[in-house]
Write a protein that binds this ligand. Sequence first.
Ligand code: SF4
Length: 90
Amino acid sequence: MGAPPAQERPGARAGDRWHVEVDRSLCIGSAQCVHHAPDGFRLDTARQSRPADPDPLANERVLAAAESCPVEAIMITLARNGEPVFPPEE
Ligand code: SF4
């Protein structure tokens, strides 16, 4: 079983925007994020990932990308209040 859909997470609202960051000190350029969310992430010339849009609408592809990152370099928060989406709060 995977994680619940983004819009069904506790506290989620339709039309939520997320804030997406990549910790470039961790990113190893594996491109898993680009594979899962080709419209959500880009690799730059140094093979470091960047969010294509740092404040996208909540969506499953970006969440799957964050979950797939082998070094947990992708952080997602709710844009409206900074609440963690991924990684989830313990
Ligand atoms: S999946 Fe993680 S390590 Fe791989 S390119 Fe994306 S952010 Fe970097």
